[in-house]
Design a binder for this molecule. Structure first.
Ligand SMILES: [Zn+2]
Length: 505
């Protein structure tokens, strides 16, 4: 039995609306990997599942993993061999400028921390700006997540009325979101009000005026999975009422910070029960230090069944360096990527080969009509476009799916005898995944490179199809393969269930 030390999964403060607090104590988690179940004739990277045991009360549970033997050297690469990028937009919702309405409520709890002149901020972020922003992003292939706060700062319910705007204006705004955004953006509720906690039995905020009844501070302390799932489901249902499909949730400020294992499970349960999403995800963490920002696939169960479960924690890699959560805090493009395209947080993460997921707040993008945050974002995107990096913009749900498939697909090489002229990579996938990309080790890459060979992809239900070889400078897409720098990469749409790649030399 192998015992490995894992880095603890720690929380970090996400939004500046949250008062600073110490991180949970770092403690190590032990991971037990069973070495039983190796296939006899094959170089087995997988075969049966094993549970992970945890000693860290602060950590989200990883759950099952397929056993993997590194002997074959086959790895799951980044999608199409490109680094994913994404843009997380928090605090957005139809029409309501959340900063204008939330600041006086935050100030009720922390009067010394919220002295912004909120009355001078516009109460609305207009639909014309949503259209302008979405259009520019479409032209540049940008994708990400767009929050829809369903009862923003208790102003009104997106599925009923929004006092201050006509019913027709609310409906037009929702229509715009439904029609313009879903192609490139995931929708998340960012809880119910983002301010006062709502009694889900009455639909009214609780009476107590303290941080223990604020969504983005301490209300979640000590809450169980069921209590959290109830609240998350309530928020998700409000988006369902206005036909905005969700595969994930965003936590406002410090929501869930002290109940991370419960939050992970509650996200899984609520998103599955309200929307039947196959792979729920949530956004709770962002790190701007040396910690990994790779997504975490958590609470995996049922890998050997037809109905597996998991939830993916998506991790941001920047702070709001655009216009701040209040639309009063100027950011800086150089912090994201410098003019010489070498410095800044994005190149640092892209170099690591981890998804570069930026985080902003909608009021800061609009910046009270000055659009300062938007301009910083545009310049960051242009710089990335000019850089050496081949990035792949993805929605958070697409990143979640890719990571679930990357971590949970069993991959087995047949036969063990590497002198054989042909070989096969057997795949057992709990989830289907477009543009799944495998990287072959040098000894296999050399084989298919040296002689004209062919690769067939097929499964029980899919007639084997010939994959097309492309030159090393062409971009990979589904159904193609190439050899670049002695490394072969194969890109295909991975079907759920069992399938295989057949290499004929
Ligand atoms: Zn927020």
């Amino acid at each position: 039995m192998l015992i490995l030390n894992m880095k603890p999964l720690m929380s970090s403060d996400k939004n500046p609306q949250e008062t600073p607090k110490p991180n949970p104590k770092a403690c190590s988690r032990r991971q037990f990997i069973s070495q039983t179940g190796k296939a006899g004739a094959a170089v087995s990277m997988a075969g049966g599942t094993s549970g992970w045991l945890h000693s860290n009360a602060f950590a989200q549970s990883a759950g099952e993993r397929p056993e993997r033997d590194k002997q074959s050297g086959i790895e799951v690469d980044l999608p199409c061999g490109e680094v994913p990028m994404s843009f997380i937009i928090d605090d957005s919702t139809p029409l309501v400028n959340l900063a204008h309405f939330a600041i006086p409520q935050f100030a009720e709890v922390f009067p010394n921390n919220y002295k912004q002149d909120w009355r001078s901020l516009p109460r609305e972020i207009p639909d014309s700006f949503v259209r302008e922003f979405a259009g520019w992003c479409r032209d540049h292939g940008v994708k990400g997540k767009y929050s829809v706060v369903p009862y923003p700062a208790c102003v009104g319910w997106i599925d009923r009325d929004l006092p201050g705007w006509t019913k027709r204006e609310l409906e037009a705004s929702l229509r715009l979101i439904r029609e313009e955004l879903p192609q490139d953006w995931d929708f998340h509720p960012e809880m119910v009000s983002h301010t006062w906690v709502i009694n889900t039995k009455t639909g009214r905020p609780y009476e107590e005026r303290s941080q223990y009844f604020m969504e983005n501070w301490r209300w979640t302390d000590g809450k169980s999975v069921d209590e959290l799932a109830n609240y998350l489901s309530y928020a998700l249902q409000l988006l369902k009422n206005v036909d905005l499909p969700c595969e994930g949730i965003t936590t406002p400020g410090g929501f869930g910070n002290r109940v991370l294992p419960q939050l992970s499970k509650a996200s899984l349960e609520s998103v599955r029960s309200v929307f039947q999403a196959e792979i729920p995800h949530y956004f709770r963490h962002l790190y701007v230090d040396e910690r990994s920002v790779a997504p975490r696939v958590e609470n995996v169960t049922g890998l050997d069944t037809n109905d597996p479960n998991c939830v993916v924690s998506i991790i941001g890699c920047t702070g709001d360096w655009f216009g701040g959560w209040d639309g009063l805090t100027p950011g800086s493009v150089d912090k994201l990527i410098t003019a010489d395209l070498q410095g800044g947080r994005l190149p640092e993460i892209l170099r690591r080969g981890e998804p570069a997921i930026m985080v902003c707040h909608w009021p800061g993008i609009y910046y009270n009509g000055e659009k300062l945050g938007f301009r910083i974002f545009q310049e960051a995107v242009r710089r990335v476009e000019r850089s050496e990096w081949n990035v792949k913009w993805m929605k958070l749900s697409e990143i979640a799916r890719y990571w679930a498939a990357k971590e949970l697909t069993q991959i087995t090489l047949y036969p063990v005898d590497t002198s054989s002229q042909s070989f096969q990579v057997h795949l057992k996938a709990p989830y289907g995944c477009p543009e799944f990309t495998l990287k072959l080790p040098e000894y296999l890459s050399g084989k298919i490179n040296s002689r004209p060979g062919s690769i067939l992809m097929g499964s029980k239900d899919i007639t084997p199809t010939l994959m097309r070889r492309i030159s090393s400078d062409q971009p990979l897409n589904s159904g193609t393969w190439k050899v670049d720098g002695g490394v072969a990469r194969v890109c295909f749409d991975l079907p759920k269930g069992e399938s295989g790649l057949f290499f004929k030399i």
